[in-house]
Design a protein around this ligand. Structure first.
Ligand code: GLA
Length: 765
């Protein structure tokens, strides 16, 4: 039997006990055994279907095994690859579920109870999730597993996308029994792979240094990343990991990537067992988590999206980039060109009035900028970071004509107007706090920690979400505001839900994030044309959960172009350029003190949403001219940059002391007639080797003319075959004094040197 949907199909065999999901790119095969347990048989490159894949279940007597079935010494769950493993019934690895029952037991035995197959993809209530517009874009297999003593049903949902090598997986639990249970662990994905020959690849960092690529060999035992920060998923570890074969490069080799569509506490781990099976799990962090499930009620886990490719890390990135652009970001801004913006934060910090803002906007408009964003400081008594959060009305001294007046003036210049909010936070010095001290997340009788003088509002409480919605709705209704920057600048401490009882205290972090999602959803319903840019002290909440509501996210508070080369390179592993907020700021840079040319600052920021975060009055005439040129260049190419295929070429994380420290990447249009290569120098070294950049994604049968922007090159104006550029490589040796070792000779070309860069623009001719 076969249930098909365009290219995504589910073959059903063994009288409804074996399922083969495939779309011609990948296959995922699971099977129910005689005991009703759901086993994992295969995940990887697509294979042709056959009537029975049962031969893949290997049973063998292993002497120390615990065996659940009397008389059978070969059947142990410890030695089977499973889809929903449990602890305590002969498997000793980390389980996908743990559920405390009325008598205190945590033993469960979920067995197959039925399945459904449908076209498209059902929504996940209250949660961000990937979606399809048409039924034929995906097929969904739902498998029910039932634990008879408790009456709880677990439903595993698998959606295979028709044209991407991606599956979305989530789990829901329904308590059909008579007594409440407490869910203590529920992994959205649990995938047992047959070997351990992988590099665990993670994105790791901190504030202003987000998402460095770190790779380490899998080893026996558990390798884990996660976040317990409550409100922020990802300054430290991003909720996405990849397992790559050791020989995998950016362009070759097998990779399995998994990303969590969620912004709260998470864990992602791989457990390698004694037989080299690797159990990959991803879900809400179980530390501190419980969910009280009353009879008749259900709990839906967030979803994990996972991809398989044999085309290296770039291949994996393409799968996720397309997924985010087509099936996660929604609303009109999914398909519309994103505006080039100017933001006043680094230009003024808290020191501004309306006159200053209008002068920045006016000059920016002349340079071609399309959106003016007013950052922190416009509301309440917000003169510094100790006051005002929670009072979302304009400060009359700063904005005598209110938001309406300012927005009108900006609109009259022909620009959109955008506004900063930090909806989840409150200062003690605010009217909101004075009126509702209990609305701040705190544990009664204990000290409350702050972060940047801020306290976290209790978004588990619907009254709090209602009040913040009311205030934001009022602001968005009084003025023509087309964009908001939604900031979130601290982690949660002393978490406690003062409105609920003891049995619900393990729910606080999840309920908090559900409150955040709900506020986004309500605002987008009321203002569907609004573009929301996510932010959490820079890139502290850069995850697929937020991208469902905020099509772009401020990538990092570090605006230094050299630092951004690494941050954006790492971020691109899972997230497309259209999602990455990236601005040109002033030099010396405010985070690093580094001086980098305007050329390089723009050449880095253009591989993102692009904008400025400076006062144009501080620029020279020459720089202003360059800004106008850069903005015009970006607008000409933004469709290619945001919609094209992005390839990482030379990594800042694999530097080699013999050659110059370089970074390179490129984008190629879908029809492969246009491409832009970004080639960046970190540090220049004397007597460096001749270099060729092996381009990717071009059409080998087309010829491309190369135009160089922002620096010198001997190949400017020449044409080459796509095959030459990919197989021989594009000459990228520079003409610097240090490369030729003749001091004073070649730097007449002005390039390259520390922090220099060039763009190579390729057009098929
Ligand atoms: C955070 C953001 C910045 C800026 C400030 C304002 O740090 O990441 O971009 O908006 O807050 O306080």
């Amino acid at each position: 039997m076969q249930s098909s949907n365009a290219k995504a199909k589910v073959f059903v065999h063994a009288e409804g006990k074996e399922f083969h999901l495939t779309n011609g790119q990948v296959s995922y095969i699971v099977r129910v055994n005689a005991e009703g347990k759901l086993l994992q048989l295969y995940y990887g490159a697509a294979v042709s279907d056959r009537d029975d894949f049962g031969y893949l279940v290997e049973m063998q007597r292993r002497s120390t095994a615990s065996c659940p079935v009397e008389g059978n010494l070969t059947y142990s769950l410890e030695h089977l690859r499973q889809e929903f493993p449990e602890y305590g019934t002969s498997d000793y690895r980390m389980p996908a579920i743990s559920m405390a029952q009325a008598n205190g037991s945590r033993i469960t035995d979920f067995r197959f109870a039925g399945y459904r197959i449908g076209g498209g993809k059902p929504k996940l209530d209250g949660l961000p999730a990937t979606y399809v517009d048409q039924e034929n874009e995906a097929v969904t297999l739902s498998i029910d597993l039932f634990d008879a003593p408790t009456g709880v049903t677990a439903t595993l949902k698998y959606t295979m996308f028709a044209t991407l090598p991606v599956i979305a997986r989530s789990v829901s639990l329904h308590n059909g029994g008579e007594k409440a249970v407490d869910i203590e662990r529920l992994m959205s994905l649990s995938l047992d792979l047959p070997d351990d020959d992988y590099m665990f690849t993670q994105l790791t960092g901190s504030w202003a240094r987000e998402r460095s690529i770190v790779r380490s060999r899998l080893h026996p035992g558990i390798q884990q990343i996660g976040s317990l920060r409550g409100s922020a998923s990802s300054h430290i570890h991003n909720p996405a990991i990849a397992l790559a074969r050791p020989e995998t490069t950016e362009s070759h080799g097998e990779v399995i990537g998994a990303a969590f569509v969620y912004s709260g506490n998470f864990e992602a781990h791989v457990e390698v067992d004694p037989f080299a099976v690797s159990r990959l799990q991803m879900g809400i962090a179980d530390f501190g988590f419980t969910w009280h499930l009353d009879p008749g009620s259900s709990f839906q886990s967030p979803e994990v999206v996972f991809a398989y490719t044999s085309q290296g890390y770039n291949g994996m990135s393409h799968a996720f980039h397309d997924l985010v652009r087509r099936h996660l970001v929604r609303g009109p801004w999914r398909d519309k060109e994103r505006p080039v913006l100017i933001n006043n934060w680094e230009a003024t910090y808290f020191d501004f009035d309306e006159k200053k803002l209008l002068s920045i906007a006016k000059q920016a408009q002349k340079l071609g900028v399309e959106l003016f964003v007013l950052d922190d400081g416009w509301f309440g008594e917000r003169h510094n970071d100790t006051a005002g959060l929670g009072d979302w009305t304009p400060n009359p001294e700063r904005l005598p004509e209110g938001l309406k007046g300012l927005a009108q003036r900006i609109n009259d210049m022909g620009m959109m107007f955008g506004l900063w909010f930090e909806p989840e936070m409150v200062n003690k010095d605010s009217d909101l706090y004075r009126a509702h001290p209990d609305w701040m997340l705190h544990t009664p009788g204990r000290r409350a920690s702050h972060g940047r003088n801020e306290y976290v509002l209790d978004f588990t409480n619907p009254d709090v979400v209602d009040e913040i919605y009311r205030q934001m709705h009022a602001m968005l209704s009084t003025a023509n505001i087309g964009y908001i920057k939604w900031d979130m600048n601290r982690y949660i401490t002393e978490a406690f839900d003062v409105t609920r009882g003891a049995e619900h205290q393990g729910e606080v972090f999840h309920r908090y994030i559900l409150g955040v999602y709900q506020l986004h959803e309500r605002l987008l319903n009321a203002f569907p044309n609004l573009i929301i840019e996510g932010c959490a002290s820079g890139g502290g909440r850069f995850d697929m959960g937020m991208l469902y509501y905020t099509p772009q996210i401020w990538t990092s508070d570090d605006t230094d172009a050299v630092e951004r080369m690494s941050i954006q390179y790492g971020t691109s592993m899972f997230y497309p350029l259209s999602a990455m907020g990236s601005h040109v700021s002033i030099v010396p840079n405010h985070q690093t003190g580094r001086e980098v040319s305007m050329n390089t600052r723009a050449n880095v920021a253009m591989f993102g949403t692009f904008g400025y975060e400076l006062d144009p009055a501080a620029l020279s005439e020459k720089e202003l001219k360059q800004v106008a040129d850069d903005v015009a260049f970006f607008k000409r190419h933004r469709e290619l940059i945001h919609q094209g295929d992005f390839y990482r070429l030379v990594s800042p994380f694999e530097r080699d002391s013999r050659r110059n420290d370089s970074v390179a990447w490129m984008v190629v249009s879908a029809d492969r007639t246009q491409a832009i290569v970004g080639d960046y120098r970190m540090l220049e070294h004397p007597m460096s080797p001749f270099t060729r950049l092996h381009l990717q994604g071009l059409d080998p049968s087309l010829r491309y003319r190369i135009q160089v922007r922002g620096g010198a090159s001997t190949i400017n104006g020449m044409t080459f075959g796509g095959d030459e550029l990919m197989r021989i490589g594009m000459l990228s040796t520079d003409a610097s004094a240090s490369s030729s070792a003749e001091a004073g000779s070649a730097n007449s070309l002005g390039n390259p040197h520390d922090f220099s860069s060039r763009l190579f623009i390729l057009s098929a001719c």
